[in-house]
Write a protein that binds this ligand. Structure first.
Ligand code: DGL
Length: 284
């Protein structure tokens, strides 16, 4: 590892930028490569076999091409499935992103917690296991959203997103008596990295105030604990982005703040060997 480590962050789209932003805050000297697998977005609409078959070889290809010192899977829909396959297959430290059920349940005073994620994430056995192990007496409501990640992408890209569309995805999180603050949901886990992109809208539209739990700062702490102490200079660090579709997005101005404001270069070259969509090829 040189004095500036290279950190690769991977998501189905732009949601992982909410994790990147926190990682850049704690490790400003690192080189960043952000990969948005937009050719396969949204992951929430794919089966478990399709996601494993897609992500494991694709991350392997990115590792051989870019030699990162650490990889962050900045996607709950993927992390709740692929982390063990990745760790078995490749010798790079990995950090995943999974629903922050434990801290949410520990913090809830009303003992009513909702988990807002993609339909895939809320159905996962992994997520159900977190509830079994860490609910700590809370009533946990799982809310699977089919559209919120797409709405977040539209909003970040400058498109119009109506309050009604957001609210329709959100309402099921609010459980209990709206007029009795001691007897209603007080904590919502943002179990998809796209959702913090809409945090201002979520706050505005919520029928009553709740704590939104975004795991990004905890992920950033984990990343920094796995890297040697920072020695390089932030000025020498670069910021690169790949969209797997190879389509030009021209979002540099909107995305640069997530990279700490440093100039962002888009690597246009699509991957040489697009991985298959089947599970036979996931490299175990
Ligand atoms: N950002 C991803 C997550 O954290 C999911 C969005 C998608 O459906 O692709 O789950």
């Amino acid at each position: 590892m040189g004095s500036n480590p290279t950190i690769l962050l991977f998501d189905s789209g732009l949601g992982g930028l909410t994790v990147l932003r926190e990682v850049v805050r704690v490790r400003p000297e690192a080189h960043y490569l952000y990969v948005a697998d937009d050719a396969f977005f949204p992951y929430g609409h794919h089966s478990e076999e399709e996601i494993i078959g897609r992500v494991v070889p694709l991350v392997g290809e990115l590792i051989s091409e870019h030699r990162p010192d650490l990889v962050v899977i900045a996607c709950n829909t993927a992390s709740t499935l692929v982390m063990s396959y990745l760790r078995e297959s490749y010798c790079v430290p990995f950090v995943g992103t999974v629903p922050a059920i434990k801290p949410a349940c520990a913090a809830s005073k009303t003992k009513r917690v909702s988990v807002l994620g993609t339909k895939g994430t809320v159905q996962r056995e992994y997520t159900r296991g977190l509830i079994r192990d860490f609910a700590q007496g809370c009533e946990v409501t799982l809310v699977g959203s089919a559209k919120l990640a797409g709405l977040a992408e539209t909003a970040l890209s400058g498109g119009a997103v109506s309050d009604e569309d957001i609210l329709a995805e959100l309402m099921a999180c609010f459980v209990g008596n709206g007029k009795d603050a001691s007897n209603r949901t007080d904590t919502v886990v943002l179990a998809c990295t796209h959702y913090p992109l809409l945090l201002d809208r979520l706050n505005k539209l919520a029928p009553w105030p709740v704590d939104w739990i975004d795991p990004a700062p905890a992920i950033a702490r984990r990343v920094t604990s796995l890297l040697p102490e920072a020695r390089g200079r932030p000025d020498d660090a670069d910021a690169k982005m790949i969209f797997t579709s190879g389509r030009p997005h021209r979002l540099e101005a909107a995305l640069a703040p997530f990279f700490g404001g440093r100039p962002l270069s888009e690597l246009r070259a699509p991957l040489q060997h697009p991985p298959s969509r089947t599970s036979e090829n996931h490299g175990r």
